[in-house]
Design a protein around this ligand. Structure first.
Ligand code: ADP
Length: 223
């Protein structure tokens, strides 16, 4: 179980995140929701270890067996296939596994293309293939489908669910979309100005929010 205890993060004397306690159970899927600037990316980066908290501690993150996909994933100046293979160093048959991951996200036709010349949505699909190319205990995904069309989004969501179940993987993703949270997550954490305002089962938080701030946020949701 990943546990945050008294975690705070400040920028320029402004408190960006203030989390007295938060836990993520192993093998469960979580969605972080909240308006722009509410602290979702900061929280993911603190868990991933690419940012350090100003105070508090974060325990039990499987850093050796974790995948972190930032909002703008990195693409190297070599083939798409090689961009996925870099997640497979030291494993047998990396090219075959990378190609299978590209097939899973519908990008196999671009295996030979230059990785850093893809569109935004294709780059996200390539980065997601890198995430699912090998078994991992934890996936941290920062708005993983934000640049994708509806077909790409559907494909990635299906693959994520399949992968998470097959690998008993903990998933923490941020999303702007309450509908995506309903499709993917078992639990939702709603953030407002760096504080956790509401947390619970996705169905409860999205469809029956108890807190005024969550209700106000969700009233902007139109199907
Ligand atoms: P979200 O992912 O919910 O949109 P972020 O975690 O990216 O929110 O940002 C939370 C707040 O922290 C924002 O107001 C943002 O401007 C601020 N922030 C993030 N990174 C920095 C930084 N490096 N320097 C100063 N302020 C930052």
């Amino acid at each position: 179980m990943i546990t945050l205890i008294h975690v705070t993060k400040q920028y320029e004397n402004r408190t960006i995140l203030d989390v007295p306690r938060l836990t993520f159970e192993s093998g469960k899927r979580y969605a972080l929701i909240g308006v722009n600037g509410s602290g979702k990316t900061t929280l993911l980066r603190l868990i991933a270890g690419t940012l350090r908290p100003d105070s508090g501690k974060i325990e039990n993150v499987p850093l050796q067996n974790m995948g972190y996909m930032p909002q703008s994933p990195y693409a190297f100046d070599f083939s798409v296939l090689k961009n996925v293979e870099i997640a497979l160093q030291k494993t047998p048959q990396p090219a075959e596994k990378a190609l299978a991951a590209l097939e899973a996200v519908g990008l196999e036709k671009l295996a030979g293309a230059r990785g850093n010349k893809l569109s935004g949505g294709e780059t996200q699909r390539m980065a997601f293939a890198r995430m699912i190319a090998c078994p991992r205990a934890l996936l941290l995904l920062d708005e993983p489908t934000s640049s994708m069309d509806i077909k790409g989004t559907d494909q990635i969501e299906n693959q994520l669910l399949r992968y998470a179940v097959a690998n008993e993987c903990t998933v923490i993703l941020s999303t702007h979309s309450p509908a995506q949270a309903l499709r993917l997550a078992q639990e939702v954490v709603y953030l407002d100005q760096g504080k956790i305002v509401e947390q619970g089962s996705t169905e409860q938080v999205i469809n029956h929010p108890r807190v005024e701030s969550t209700r106000l946020f969700l009233q902007h949701w139109r199907l």
